[in-house]
Design a protein around this ligand. Structure first.
Ligand code: NAP
Length: 294
């Protein structure tokens, strides 16, 4: 069977992430055209074999597949609005972070101009691009994504979440929320044991073990949320509310900040006040779904 030549790709936006994406396409042999607002950011990629486009319009006309990865949607639209109809008939893969609403509005913008549109969320850091484990979540037309998979394989595994262009952004923020909560909790714990002279490295060994155990709790939580059955033989919400109160008090006693645990203490206490004290922690979903005061 004849081997298929790697498809030409244009990458617009060469910040930390865009440069990693372009580098991965170059490394896999894709003819890669690059453009960045600050042209000097393309130098290292050109030295590796990428072609520099002098204008965005040149960048767009160089490839059927245009990957856009800039800081936010204002920047994305500043670029897209300047090329407009030149994108018609091409595929725009937007890997810029934003809200689901911004993604859907950009999908409509693309549809009005005859541009095939995929909206993606990169679940990796620049150093992970093109390596095993790098995943990019996508919303949009499945057939369009399937056709692009051999090209997108250069940067990671493409995961289709649905036809809704906003779905990847929604997942992205939901998953990042877990990351930010977890990392903030880790930093709080590191500061707390640090008051007793414990080195971050020593605490990290315990934290990594513990996170592995906590990860195994999630399917049980998901089952409880799905069924609405919050009976528990593991741990009552009231016990956890008391624990969070202890954490906040201990943090204050040890002289560190309470910004990380205090909102959680308040949420758990509200859960108890609203009658969930004997229920599982998963019952908090009912409060989270209904903002305080609503
Ligand atoms: P970055 O290093 O700060 O680069 C920002 C890029 O946006 C640069 O190419 C910059 O161009 C461009 N830009 C900013 N304002 C612009 C404007 N008005 N017009 C044209 N270009 C403009 O950010 P990054 O890390 O590459 O992130 C890019 C996107 O990837 C973001 O949406 C980010 O959330 C997402 N992402 C990043 C990571 C990560 O770990 N870095 C992970 C997942 C997703 P100049 O060079 O000219 O300033």
């Amino acid at each position: 069977m004849a081997s298929v030549e790697p498809a030409a790709v244009t990458v617009i936006g060469l910040g930390m992430m865009g440069a990693a994406l372009a580098g991965a396409f170059v490394d896999r042999g894709h003819p890669t055209t690059v453009w960045n607002r600050s042209a000097a950011r393309a130098d290292a990629l050109v030295a590796r074999g990428a072609s520099r486009a002098e204008t965005v319009a040149d960048a767009v006309s160089a490839s059927e597949v245009i990957v856009l990865c800039v800081v936010d949607y204002d920047a994305a639209h500043a670029i897209l609005d300047s090329v407009g109809d030149a994108l018609s008939g091409r595929v725009l893969v937007n890997l810029t972070s934003g809200t689901p609403g911004q993604a859907r509005a950009t999908a409509e913008w693309a549809a009005e101009r005859g541009v095939d549109y995929l909206d993606g969320a990169i679940m990796a850091v620049p150093q992970g691009i093109g390596r095993p484990g790098a995943r990019v979540l996508f919303g949009g037309d499945k057939a369009t994504l399937t056709a692009l998979e051999p090209t997108l394989a250069a940067i990671g595994t493409a995961v289709h979440l649905g036809e809704d262009a906003g779905i990847a952004a929604l997942y992205d923020l939901a998953l990042l929320g877990i990351m930010w909560s977890t990392l903030s909790g880790f930093l709080h714990g590191t500061a707390l044991v640090g008051t007793a002279g414990i080195e971050p490295k020593a605490f990290t060994r315990q934290a990594v073990e513990w996170l592995g155990a906590v990860g195994t709790f999630l399917p049980g939580f998901a089952a409880a949320v799905a069924s609405g059955d919050f009976t528990t033989d593991v741990s009552r919400l009231s016990l956890n509310a008391d624990g969070l109160d202890l954490l906040v008090r201990t943090s204050a006693e040890q002289g560190i900040g309470v910004e990380v645990p205090a909102p959680l203490r308040d949420l758990y206490a509200r859960g108890v006040a609203e009658g969930h004290g004997e229920h599982a922690i998963a019952s908090l979903i009912e409060l989270i779904r209904r903002p305080a005061g609503a």
